[in-house]
Ligand binder design. Structure first.
Ligand SMILES: C[S@@+](CC[C@H](N)C(=O)[O-])C[C@H]1O[C@@H](n2cnc3c(N)ncnc32)[C@H](O)[C@@H]1O
Length: 255
């Protein structure tokens, strides 16, 4: 017997997120962020991560022994997983549940960063402007705001290999991901079906749908013009080369 339950994004996925993302090289990603910080704000000490997920970037950056890090995410489940991992390695990263559209912290930071398409979870320009306003308020003088986003070209390419994935993970949980891209609306959808055995031989199927709005470099640049930030750099993928209209992922560095 099985039943299907619709759940909030990242609520059930949280427990298998690290396995699903096992091909993501978080160490290289954290090194890349460190390189950007050293380039633009070499004296930075305090970091705030937005949308930190299960804490992979924060926990890797902490290994450099250079930064005090607070890492936040909207999802209680993702933060629960991050905290568990932190405790296992006696980490000092301060993990906290927080909506980056309604931040409830009263400190300021040298660097605010956000990785892995988290900006693409915002579907309205007003939300993107609000995120920038919030970051501005939480930054110290000369502080920098770093985030990446993926582009329409990336979505078109990604669905060629992500469009259907079906695996059984190490802990016996089965999951599938069905990815589609509406090029007209520029909305990328990832549907996750996560199958778990529960009591009395029942199988629970949890369904999470993640909808991401996909932006061009021009659109994001235009929105930033409406904020109090200046663009220091817009980088192509994981390089320090300038982003172009052909970039699959763009990393923005704002001050
Ligand atoms: C693709 S995951 C990236 C997680 C992490 N940055 C990583 O690299 O693994 C997107 C994350 O954005 C978070 N998120 C989405 N909307 C948010 C919001 N309004 N405030 C805070 N976090 C949010 C989700 O909970 C999720 O953990």
């Amino acid at each position: 017997m099985s039943s299907e339950t619709e759940t909030l994004p990242y609520s059930v996925l949280a427990d298998i997120y690290d396995q699903v993302m096992s091909d993501v090289d978080y160490e290289t990603w954290a090194d890349y962020l460190d390189e950007i910080i050293l380039t633009h704000h070499p004296n930075a000490l305090s970091l705030l991560e937005l949308a930190c997920g299960t804490g992979n970037i924060a926990l890797t950056l902490e290994e450099l022994d250079q930064y005090n890090i607070k890492a936040t995410d909207l999802s209680e489940s993702m933060i629960r997983v991050a905290k568990t991992k932190g405790v296992q390695i006696s980490s000092a990263v301060d993990f906290q549940v927080m909506d980056f559209l309604e931040p409830d912290i009263h400190e300021s930071f040298d660097v605010i960063y956000m990785t892995f398409d988290s900006l693409n979870y915002l579907h309205k320009e007003q939300e993107i402007l609000r995120l920038h306003d919030n970051a501005k308020r939480l930054l110290n003088r000369d502080g920098i705001f770093i985030y990446d986003f993926t582009t329409p070209r990336n979505s078109r390419k990604a669905i060629q290999f992500l469009n259907y994935e079906n695996r059984t993970l190490e802990n016996g949980i089965r999951f599938s991901r069905n990815s589609t891209y509406d090029a007209k609306l520029r909305v990328h959808s990832n549907e996750f079906l996560i199958e778990k055995e529960s009591t009395f031989n029942r199988t629970e199927i949890y369904r999470e749908v993640h909808l991401q709005k996909i932006y061009t470099l021009g659109q994001i640049t235009e929105m930033i013009r409406k904020t109090e930030f200046t663009i220091l750099d817009a980088y192509n993928s994981f390089t320090l080369e300038p982003a172009t209209d052909l970039s699959l992922r763009v990393t923005m560095v704002l001050q």
